[in-house]
Design a protein around this ligand. Structure first.
Ligand code: COA
Length: 164
């Protein structure tokens, strides 16, 4: 009998062989993509962690998602997170965020911050679900979606989660 199998993902620290595929995934999700060398430079910073998720049992498929986190002694920040469109709404975004939160709590980091486009309903719902609170906004923070110089730049919400 054919049955529905829920997709399972494993979250690991990204390795240099992942960077090109992750840059590709980043470029597909954000108007200003990060190149492979920019990801390499980020990964080389001791404060930055790049988490990469893969579909269990499909080692040849590229990364399905990433989460990039900057961490100092007491505070951390989500620099970028994205899930490939194929795998959206299967809990992977939450899985990547919860993995990052567990690691930060183990390191006794107290606060996790992020900025999100105020029109990004999917991401805001995900952060709400994790308990993030909106603590401010930055009008004009993001480049406009169109090249028209008169197009409005989007507002960023600043969100915070207390970790301990
Ligand atoms: C935001 C993003 C990472 C969510 O990833 P995902 O794997 O689809 O999210 P999940 O399946 O874990 O969903 C978690 C919760 O987020 C919310 N959510 C996710 N997608 C949503 C959508 N399209 N509309 C409304 N709520 C949504 C829901 O509350 C969902 O819980 P539910 O499925 O139980 O209702 C993904 O949409 C994405 O990569 N977007 C493009 C990049 C981006 O915007 N990154 C955030 C930058 S700040």
């Amino acid at each position: 009998m054919l049955g529905f199998t829920k997709k399972e993902f494993v979250v690991l620290d990204a390795v240099p062989e992942d960077y090109a595929a992750l840059a590709n995934l980043h470029a597909r999700n954000f108007p200003r993509g990060w190149s492979t060398s920019e990801l390499e430079a980020l990964a080389g910073q001791s404060t930055v962690t790049i988490l990469s998720a893969r579909l269990v049992g499909k080692p040849r498929l590229g990364p399905a998602a990433f989460n990039i986190i900057r961490q100092t002694d007491h505070e951390a920040e989500i620099l970028s997170i994205a899930v490939d469109t194929t795998y959206r709404r299967s809990g992977l975004g939450l899985q990547l965020m919860r993995d990052a939160i567990r690691r930060l709590q183990a390191d006794r980091v107290e606060t996790l911050m992020l900025e999100v486009d105020a029109t990004n309903v999917a991401a805001i719902h995900m952060y709400d679900k994790l308990g993030f609170e909106t603590v401010g906004n930055r009008p004009g923070y993001y480049a406009a979606a169109s090249d028209d110089p008169k197009a409005n730049r989007a507002t960023a919400l600043v969100m915070r989660l207390e970790l301990n």
